[in-house]
Design a protein around this ligand. Structure first.
Ligand code: KG4
Ligand code: ZN
Length: 320
């Protein structure tokens, strides 16, 4: 069974072809045009999705060696995301399903991220219940994954997501969007002990997260330096290190607390921020000590937004 999946919820246009649960081909285009504004402009994002989606589709079909009439199932991200962006992938998938008289499966974007751990794996690799942290630019959620078809949300951010807060601190330092991978590298270049400290904010009455307080503290710290003098590369390294390690401490502490509380038998880390080296190290250390499996997307290209995760989620929807 061939599945053709579309993802266009934010600033990545992605098309993937799967044969059952096996990824055959995937093409993803990331929009760099938002550098000018530093934020994803929904109207512009939608136009760019429309500009690129058919080229990506043709490339994927060519790489997969099939024509559109051989596709058995179409799938697309339904929500959440930027409405104008979502509409492009949804409209293309719906139109193709209509023309070729094939079923169409709508996929929730965050469920797509969760199921990204199943790319290049089988469900037997996940020991349930699993505690899942999905952290990206658009959301920051904690889940209790009880079985393949039962996913319960147990916590979420009350304000910014971890990725969004990293992006905003990065921007305050006058650096180019997007932040994630570059902040990760800059933080690794810092040597010594940082005198900049941010509090470990963890709401005590729930499993929620909150990043806006530490984000504002970091931005105030940057502004205080800029008022006195030019921000040096050493300052940027120190701030990146201090801020990123606070964010990864918050995320890993919450994940560890929830795993202990809910007796999680495995831990999954997904979404754009799951690419972060410091966060991976902290969660891995805990899982190694507790001797429980730690599952990350099997490739970095499955961490950020991609259509393979939409296709695999659609495959398991069909199975259940
Ligand atoms: O999942 P994603 O591609 O899109 C959304 O659904 O939002 O996540 C994008 C987010 C951005 O905020 C980006 O800064 C962050 O993931 N990110 C990272 C890293 N790579 C991407 N954050 C920390 N460390 C990274 N290596
Ligand atoms: Zn995402």
């Amino acid at each position: 069974m061939y599945i053709l999946a579309f993802e266009s919820s934010c600033d990545d246009t992605s098309v993937a072809l799967l044969y059952n649960d096996q990824l055959i081909a995937m093409q993803t285009h990331t929009q760099v045009e938002h550098e000018r504004t530093q934020w994803v402009v929904p109207e512009l994002a939608a136009r760019l999705h429309a500009d690129h989606v058919f080229t990506l589709l043709n490339d994927v079909l060519e790489e997969g060696g099939i024509t559109l009439d051989k596709v058995d199932i179409f799938a697309a991200t339904k929500e959440p995301g930027l409405i104008p962006s979502l509409l492009i992938g949804k409209t293309v998938a719906k139109t193709l399903a209509h023309i070729f008289k094939k079923p169409l499966i709508w996929v929730n974007h965050i469920e797509g991220h969760i199921f990204s751990v199943l790319l290049e794996r089988t469900p037997w690799d996940i020991i349930f219940p699993s505690i899942v942290l999905s952290a990206s630019g658009g959301h920051n959620d904690l889940y209790l994954w009880r079985s393949l078809s039962v996913i319960e949300k147990i916590g979420q951010t009350r304000d910014d997501s971890a990725g969004e807060s990293l992006d905003k601190v990065w921007r305050a330092m006058g650096l180019w969007f997007p932040a994630g991978p570059q902040m990760d590298q800059l933080a690794q270049q810092f040597r010594g002990v940082s005198d900049i400290k941010f509090p470990l904010v963890l709401p005590t009455d729930s499993w929620d997260f909150s990043f806006s307080g530490i984000k504002s503290a970091a931005i105030r710290e940057i502004e205080a330096i800029i008022q006195k003098r030019h921000l040096t590369v050493q300052d940027q390294q120190k701030i990146a290190f201090s801020y990123q390690s606070t964010v990864t401490n918050i995320l890993s502490t919450r994940l560890i607390q929830a795993t202990k509380h809910f007796h999680g038998k495995s831990v999954c880390l997904v979404g754009g921020v799951s690419a972060n080296s410091d966060l991976r190290k902290k969660v891995k250390q805990f899982c190694d000590e507790e001797n429980i499996p730690f599952l990350l997307p099997s490739s970095l290209r499955y961490c950020g937004d991609n259509a393979a995760m939409i296709g695999i989620r659609a495959y398991y929807t069909l199975q259940s």
